[in-house]
Design a protein around this ligand. Structure first.
Ligand SMILES: [Zn+2]
Length: 59
């Protein structure tokens, strides 16, 4: 099982008629507005820690 991020709505027209595009992983095309787009995983967000800048790293 690969990690796929499946969009639920087209980011351009909001339609739900999305289908995978042959461009590659994360590529989708919208049948409603005929747009192809690609989702890109940018990375994980930094863990939400308290912004304590005093330099104390507690483990
Ligand atoms: Zn669309």
């Amino acid at each position: 099982m690969s990690e796929r991020a499946a969009p639920f709505f087209c980011p351009y027209c909001g339609d739900e008629d999305l289908r995978p595009n042959e461009q590659g992983h994360g590529a989708w095309e919208c049948a409603a507005c005929s747009r192809a787009f690609q989702l890109k995983f940018l990375g994980l967000l930094a863990p939400a820690t308290s912004s304590d800048t005093s330099g104390g790293e507690e483990t």
